[in-house]
Ligand binder design. Structure first.
Ligand code: NAD
Length: 470
């Protein structure tokens, strides 16, 4: 992919800088108008172009594209439109007794020129979703989409240039070189979605300019299936969340721990769900995706081969084929904990299934790894559910469900430490691009007026009294 030139990037940045105060002064009504226009373009004007592009880049079927790309953007827009006026309203706060005579409030001011760097797996949703939050906050934005989804980037460029002047939103297509040029600039905020490895590079670059960051990263999301769970329903939900987009989902269940008493039943249900979902022929199913590049497909094949060499049972719904980057839905039974498939984020249609008897051992294994982006629990036993939640750490969780937390506009979405820093979606996305500025206004005589030095006589006593009682 052609890189955006340094001249283009620095020119666009300088022009956006000159508009950041005026854009930050826009009303809720003006921002809502822009968000509405963006949602309309995605839902109507460019919908078919988006579907075609996403299919060309990822073999993502129309229905899946509608649900996971179009719908996610339009609901984010709707939620923001419904609440933005209230989010932007200055928030009055109470006055502590020693500060009597003053009033205070918090203003939500736009941070200013921001950078959005997005990945390839949901190229529309993960680019335009954060953009809605940035527009809501009144920030100019520069966008760098992933180089792995060039057709979708072309459509994003068309949408953006038809709706926004480059002083407000501009797309900078390109790969690592473009990202590095962008990252050398003093953005007010950087919203990055991608791998933890590149997240560290972004944070290092941000530190040079003290740019604030939201890092939406990935990791290995564990899923526990207890014997108290509804096994049939659990298998169906896990299969849908894991094999959608050929498993290239940051919040997909990465590996499963299934109670040994229900493992056989669970595996049978999982296989029969896969047969139904892809009509026994995932390769020719319009609902089954492809791996984004040959490099990524080879990595998955290596993981499967390594597990096979370890002697693991592997259930695969067909043979891989290189010509169209197809990797079949695959289940690996009981891989060793030090194998590649249990060490790296899988990010593909390969599901390790381990069994357990003692939940404490499972929790210890999970806690040895980095904090995951998601942790899922399939169980009906309430005390077990509470025990798992209390004794683990994760960015997000679902009980008897997976992946749906992403679609909930009221829930903050994001990881914790290795799986991410900061939160996205709805109000939390608006906050990511806003500075909460505190404003204290002295209205009349204040207690501090009598606390100025020199500290002699009654003033000395007043200081003692203040520390003791106020
Ligand atoms: P990636 O980190 O390789 O790339 C993401 C973006 O960073 C791309 O635009 C890419 O061009 C850019 N980039 C790559 N190398 C760079 C470098 N050296 N310097 C600066 N920028 C660079 O991620 P990916 O392969 O596109 O996506 C997969 C990863 O993203 C997985 O780890 C997945 O879990 C994560 N992810 C997280 C979320 C979330 O919401 N938390 C969503 C989707 C994907």
């Amino acid at each position: 992919m052609k890189e955006s030139s340094e001249e283009y990037i620095t020119g666009a940045f300088a022009r956006q800088r000159s508009t950041e105060l005026s854009l930050g002064a826009t009303s809720a009504r003006e921002r809502i108008r822009k968000i509405r226009a963006l949602a309309y373009a995605v839902k109507y004007t460019y919908r078919q172009q988006i579907r075609d592009a996403v299919y060309a880049d990822l073999h993502k079927g129309e229905e899946e594209c509608d649900i996971t790309e179009i719908y996610v953007v339009t609901t984010e827009a709707q939620h923001t439109i419904a609440h933005l006026e209230r989010w932007m309203r200055p928030r009055k706060v109470p006055t502590p007794l020693p500060l009597l005579g003053s009033t205070s409030h918090v203003r939500y001011e736009s941070k200013g020129v921001s950078l959005i760097i997005s990945p390839w797996n949901f190229p529309i949703n993960l680019t335009l979703g954060p953009l809605i939050s940035a527009i809501a906050a009144g920030c100019p934005v520069m966008i760098k989409p992933s180089e792995y989804t060039p057709r979708t980037t072309e459509v994003i460029e068309k949408i953006i240039s038809s709706l926004f002047p480059a002083t407000e939103v501009v797309v900078c297509p390109g790969a690592v070189e473009t990202a590095q040029t962008l990252l050398s600039l003093p953005f007010r905020h950087i919203f990055f979605t991608g791998s933890p490895a590149v997240g560290k590079i972004v944070m290092r670059a941000a530190a040079e300019n003290l740019s604030s960051v939201t890092l939406e990263l990935g990791g290995k999301s564990p899923t526990i299936v207890d014997k108290s769970a509804d096994i049939g329903l659990s298998a169906k939900r896990i299969a849908y969340g894991k094999y959608m987009n050929a498993g290239q989902i940051c919040i997909a269940p990465d590996y499963l721990y299934v109670h040994e008493e229900v493992k056989k039943e669970f595996l049978a249900e999982l296989q029969s769900t896969l047969s139904v979902m892809y009509m026994d022929a995932p390769k020719s199913s319009a609902a089954y995706g492809r791996i984004v590049s040959q490099k990524h497909a080879d990595r998955l094949q290596e993981m499967i081969s390594e597990a096979r060499n370890h002697g693991c049972d592997i259930i695969s719904a067909g043979k891989a084929s290189n010509e169209d980057r197809y990797v079949a839905p695959t289940i690996i039974i009981d891989p060793p904990l030090d194998s590649q498939v249990m060490q790296e984020e899988i990010f593909g249609p390969v599901l390790p299934v381990l069994s357990y008897r003692n939940i404490d051992e499972v929790l210890a294994t999970i806690n040895e790894k980095e904090k995951p982006l998601a942790l899922y629990i399939y169980a009906r036993n309430k005390s077990l559910i509470n025990k798992i939640i209390q004794n683990t750490r994760a960015g997000t969780s679902c009980v008897r469900q997976n992946n749906l937390q992403f679609f909930h506009a009221y829930l903050p979405f994001g990881g914790s430490n290795h799986s991410g820093i900061g939160k996205a979606h709805g109000y939390h996305g608006f906050l990511a691009f806003s500075n909460e500025r505190s404003v204290l206004t002295q209205r009349s005589f204040g207690a501090t007026d009598i606390l100025r030095p020199p500290y002699t006589g009654w003033k000395k006593k007043l200081v003692q009294w203040t520390v003791k009682w106020l």
